[in-house]
Design a protein around this ligand. Sequence first.
Ligand SMILES: NC(=O)c1ccc[n+]([C@@H]2O[C@H](COP(=O)([O-])OP(=O)(O)OC[C@H]3O[C@@H](n4cnc5c(N)ncnc54)[C@H](O)[C@@H]3O)[C@@H](O)[C@H]2O)c1
Ligand SMILES: O=P(O)(O)OC[C@H](O)CO
Length: 331
Amino acid sequence: MNISIIGGGAWGTTLGQTLHDNGHRVLIYDINPKAVEKINNHFHPFFDTILPDEVVATTSLKEVIDFSNYFILSVPTKAVRSVLKEINEVLNKPSVFINVSKGIEPQTLKRVSEIVEEEIDKKNLEGFVVLTGPSHAEEVILRKLTLLVSSSKDQKLSEQIQLIFSNEQYLRVYTSNDLIGCEVGGAVKNAIAVISGACTGLGLGENARAAVITRGIIEIIRVVEIMGGKKETAYGLTGIGDLIVTASSENSRNFTAGKKIGQGIPVDQIYAEQKQTIEGIRTIEAMYHLAKEYNVELPMINAAYDIIFNDLPVKEALQNLLSRDLKSEDF
Ligand SMILES: NC(=O)c1ccc[n+]([C@@H]2O[C@H](COP(=O)([O-])OP(=O)(O)OC[C@H]3O[C@@H](n4cnc5c(N)ncnc54)[C@H](O)[C@@H]3O)[C@@H](O)[C@H]2O)c1
Ligand SMILES: O=P(O)(O)OC[C@H](O)CO
């Protein structure tokens, strides 16, 4: 198959290699000419890896649209709406959108599937799939074992995407019928990973990390349920699985950003120093608004919001969390 990849960063380029491994032809589109040049010189734009000659890139949106009717969305979530508007202006055939970005729009609380439905003309929207799960690009590019989940309202389509991405060497894809749960888990785990990193930056230890991960899954479940997903989905790869890999890894951009927050580094400086996408801070903003709008209890996310957006010192935020009424853990 021909498959178009929108966004040739760490993840999009890595998936390009996987699709090539699986016998597909890929064309990557990126707004950044330097990334495109690197890929066309067979270097991964972020990792020290030589790419297969057939993994090629372009800065031409028209070229990537003409190339196929399967589009992988691997730009940061904040760019998804604008890039879809641009695609919609040129697109003239029914197409499938496979989202691999992980976030929720703070202003609208929309998931990427909803943004796609709003921005792509109905006649050209053949289907939507989210492909998500615990997957550091650093490992997938080295073909290290990884499990993902493909989910769509259209079961046949999620099975097709499962087949396209799976191989017997390193990548196994499961399907799920809970699109909302998969989208929400993948997004909210980034917010919890920032919080986990902040604990490490503050000098707290593994006890604190285990506590953040465990109470984090409770906050994820609350969001999944309020947004219409199934809580069981959060127990799987797209929830607990992705939370573990992100909230306990120095490879994670979200964990690393959180660590810097814990060390008292201002968020503007973190964004300026970190070239790659950090989704979690924006998701903390989205979840803070969701908690207010739907009256959901998200104490860790609210504390993180106060640190990042209201300049509350990290130690004070922690003190506030610890001085809440004592309660039972019974489920
Ligand atoms: N890196 C990973 O390990 C990983 C794994 C799974 C999912 N993700 C998710 O994938 C998404 C992308 O992450 P990444 O790590 O590849 O980020 P990245 O910063 O490495 O790459 C993003 C790319 O998108 C390009 N881009 C930005 N705006 C664009 C636009 N309007 N048009 C075209 N290209 C544009 C950038 O130039 C950049 O090359 C994020 O939502 C992330 O959470 C990342
Ligand atoms: O490096 P991060 O924090 O963006 O996480 C990457 C992936 O989402 C892990 O599944």
